[in-house]
Design a protein around this ligand. Structure first.
Ligand code: PFF
Length: 452
């Protein structure tokens, strides 16, 4: 079926282009900003192990499933789900899965853009030498002042959303592909440098053992849910982002190999960020569990103290912004593709509508750090709530449904046709998507709501 059918939105120019774009989607704020602070909040080692297990046993098989479904459907996740549901003779309700994804992407982007805005602000701070003292109290104050200023947050959020919509508007190979080509390798080099700096602090061992020595007494149901949710978030799974990228994938490319590469690169970047950050935390007597400000309160200390820190500081935050951009474009692409397919409007108009809606919701997130910080729903600020609902609930539920659909609903011959793998490999994958991935998500949920 897919042999000669192409997406109306275009196609990646090569396997390499797809790898770059999908890795660009996966590697983002989730790896460098979020992973270290949640690992810090949940006590390090044991949390990291649960997260790695979730990536391998749940994330990877679901990534293969999601790319496979996207390539077979060749449309936005909503229409792909409709096509695949019809092809599999499954209940029409399955097409809701596409909607769940579009909504999750919209909710995630609204806060993602605000955090990316912090990184933009730090590019300017780095440029003007604001980190040069290398003093942790001063650097803490910089961060506190930033999030206390609603207008600064809104300004940078607006800049970041505009950049996202500009890239998305240019389309699959014009915009998305070009944007990610240079970023990943350079970001990696800077991370290596930061790890090098962390090695020179006298707390390197302490940082490493925090990150890797498991203390399971720190782990409860919520920690496991957060680790699992983060596995979905960091791999961009459960909401159709990787599915829509898969829909632009030419037929002759191995989905499984590509997925291994993406998940491997993503995990490596997260671990390197952790290895760079925790030694700095301990060397400066900081707390690992301070929350979302962690990288903004630690890495500038390194830039203030290291040789060439002015230059590397600017580079780091510029690259963080680009890593965020290559993820944000994938968060909004499912909605844009759907608007173009179903509302018969141009890509440009679709971008404007989707962008404006996300921007509007993002304002409430920006205010939740300052003027609305006392406004809480179920004891969570708007930012915390959006993060919790999307990463801990919507993505795992979306991933669960994707696994069940690929494992139980799709006709085995269609799966085989897309995966083109040796039989034993398909059997392993099948076992993981049919049983292990859905059962794990289900058990974690049951545990969190207190049933087991
Ligand atoms: N994977 C991205 C990150 O780690 O920053 C975030 C993300 C992108 C989540 C796309 C979900 C998604 F669909």
């Amino acid at each position: 079926m897919t042999e000669n059918k192409k997406s109306i939105h275009g196609e990646w120019s090569s396997r390499f282009a797809f790898i770059l774009a999908a890795t660009g989607s996966a590697v983002g704020l989730g790896n460098i900003w979020k992973f270290p602070y949640i690992a810090g909040e949940y006590g390090g080692g044991a949390f990291v192990i649960v997260y790695l297990l979730c990536v391998a046993a749940i994330g990877l098989p679901i990534m293969i499933a999601e790319i496979m479904m996207g390539r077979r459907g060749r449309q936005s996740p909503i229409n792909t789900m409709e096509t695949l549901t019809a092809e599999a003779g499954a209940d029409k309700k399955w097409s809701w899965l596409g909607w769940l994804g579009v909504i999750a992407g919209f909710l995630i982007l609204s806060y993602y853009s605000v955090i990316a805005g912090w990184a933009l602000d730090y590019v300017v701070k780095a440029f003007f030498g604001s980190f040069s003292s290398g003093d942790s109290a001063e650097i803490n104050a910089l961060f506190d002042d930033l999030i206390a200023s609603p207008m600064t947050l809104v300004f940078w959020h607006t800049v970041f959303m505009a950049a996202t919509m500009y890239v998305v508007q240019r389309g699959v190979s014009g915009g998305l592909e070009k944007a990610v080509r240079f970023l990943m390798p350079t970001l990696f080099v800077i991370l290596v440098l930061l790890v090098g700096y962390a090695m020179t602090t006298d707390s390197f061992d302490k940082g490493l053992s925090f990150l890797f020595a498991p203390d399971f007494s720190r782990i409860d149901g919520n920690a496991v849910l957060t680790a699992m949710g983060h596995a979905f978030f960091t791999l961009s799974l459960g909401m159709g982002a990787i599915m829509v990228y898969g829909s632009y994938l030419p037929k002759n490319i191995s989905i499984a190999k590509t997925s291994f590469f993406i998940a491997g690169a993503d995990t490596l970047v997260a671990l390197m960020a952790g290895i760079a950050i925790f030694p700095i935390v301990f060397a400066n007597g900081l707390e690992p569990g301070t929350g979302p400000g962690l990288i903004f309160q630690t890495l500038p200390i390194a830039f203030g103290n290291m040789f060439g820190g002015w230059f590397f500081g600017i580079m780091f935050f510029v690259l963080l912004v680009f890593a965020a951009l290559s993820s944000s474009i994938s968060l909004i692409e499912p909605a844009v593709a759907w608007l173009v397919e179903n509302r018969n409007i141009s890509r440009m108009q679709a971008c404007i509508w989707a962008g404006l809606a996300t921007w509007g919701l993002g304002l409430t997130v920006a205010f939740s750090f300052n003027i609305w910080s006392d406004f809480k729903i179920v004891d969570k600020s708007i930012f915390d709530l959006l993060d919790y609902i999307t990463a801990n609930l919507m993505l795992p539920i979306g991933g669960f449904c994707i696994a069940v659909f690929a494992g139980w609903m799709m006709k085995p011959e269609h799966v085989l046709e897309e995966l083109e793998l040796p039989e034993q490999h398909v059997a392993i994958w099948s076992f993981l998507v049919k049983y292990i991935a859905p059962a794990s998500v289900f058990i974690v949920f049951l545990h969190v709501i207190g049933i087991i």
